[in-house]
Design a protein around this ligand. Structure first.
Ligand SMILES: [Zn+2]
Ligand SMILES: [Zn+2]
Length: 360
């Protein structure tokens, strides 16, 4: 494998200066034929289970040639589904090993609506759901040094992987071990899919936070409120969810925060919604002003009443889905209302950092 990667890295830029004749050139066949065959043989990949394919571009030489390993039960095309790919940088200074996703579905569904942002969000949610050893696969972002749509999509859709510098390519044994390890992560992803189609999975990863939040709000409705002393609280233990450590929110603490506000909206206590069938109170939802995913940056728990705001459903939708300026306005109001209470719980944050957490 190593020898062929070196030959590709050394010859591709020269190949690109010649007319596009992918079947007539030995350098092209190295990518489309020789190297894929070597990879298949090196890892003893079963033909019935895996398709190994290389590409130099369709109709013209691509900036970023690739060699992919497709699990046939997931996909047989780089356009859709999830797959493993060696992506060569345009400057041929190195090659990435990447767990990646086909982008056709997301690109067309979110056409004109920043589909790359959605691809990144999917990649992030997939990363969070997989057990990935960061010492083996440290790279959460890649840069192919190319500006084509394809190259940008690979970058946005990259889930995890590692980089091999052309001047420091590891030996065959190491390349094999890395690919084997990434195949195991690929297998984890397949188990999560549980027979579902790739488009269904992409929609699931896009809506994961909302699905989890809907479940959490239902839990809050039925939970008994706790009584948290007004002092800094220890960071909650991380719980494992789908192999990934997360800080779980406690529905009783959220209920306590809602009760403290008399089940009224903290943006404006005139925002009445309706009477909850469960609590018999005005229906409100709990929202963590500083998101729990930032817990690692704080010495004390973020899952405290001081950090949980009581919001009418409209304001809650607004803080998640409104335009940047409308969200900013809301966050500023809630920040000035909560900052002293946050400090009682040992949490201090600058408004600008909070706005950054909301991408405002
Ligand atoms: Zn929320
Ligand atoms: Zn409101």
């Amino acid at each position: 494998m190593r020898q062929q990667f070196i030959e590709i890295l050394n010859s591709y830029n020269n190949l690109r200066t010649t007319p596009y004749q992918p079947t007539a050139s030995d350098e092209a066949k190295l990518l489309t034929n020789v190297a894929p065959t070597t990879i298949r043989a090196a890892l003893n990949l079963d033909k019935r289970k895996y398709k190994v394919q290389g590409s130099v571009g369709a109709g013209k030489w691509t900036d970023t040639p690739w060699i992919s390993v497709f699990d046939k039960e997931i996909t047989e095309s780089a356009q859709q589904g999830f797959y493993i790919v060696y992506l060569f940088r345009k400057d041929m200074r190195g090659v990435y090993l990447s767990l990646n996703q086909g982008t056709t579905y997301v690109a067309s569904k979110f056409k004109g609506l920043n589909p790359k942002k959605k691809m990144k969000q999917i990649a992030e949610n997939i990363r969070q759901s997989l057990d990935i050893d960061r010492t083996i696969f440290p790279n959460e972002s890649i840069d192919l040094k190319a500006s084509t749509t394809n190259a940008k999509n690979y970058t946005a859709a990259h889930i995890c992987g590692k980089y091999y510098d052309a001047l420091a390519l590891p030996d065959d044994e190491q390349l094999k071990v890395d690919l084997k390890n990434l195949l195991k992560i690929y297998e984890q992803l397949k188990i999560q899919m549980a027979g579902r189609g790739t488009e269904e999975m992409l929609d699931y990863y896009l809506q994961k936070e909302e699905i989890e939040d809907t479940q959490f709000q239902s839990d809050v409705q039925v939970a008994e409120p706790s009584n948290t002393p007004l002092v800094p609280q220890p960071v909650p233990p991380q719980v494992e969810s789908n192999g990934k450590q997360q800080w779980k929110r406690n529905a009783s603490i959220a209920k306590e925060a809602l009760r403290n506000e008399d089940y009224l909206c903290e943006v404006n206590n005139g925002h009445l919604s309706f009477t909850s069938a469960i609590t018999n109170k005005n229906f409100v939802e709990a929202h963590h002003l500083i998101p729990m995913k930032l817990q690692a940056l704080f010495s004390w728990s973020l899952d405290v009443p001081g950090n949980i705001v009581s919001l009418c459903p409209n304001c809650h939708r607004k803080i998640h889905h409104a335009s940047k300026s409308e969200r900013k306005e809301l966050i500023e109001v809630l920040y000035s209302k909560k900052i002293n209470r946050l400090k009682s719980f040992g949490i201090d944050i600058q408004l600008k950092d909070l706005l950054k957490a909301y991408a405002c």
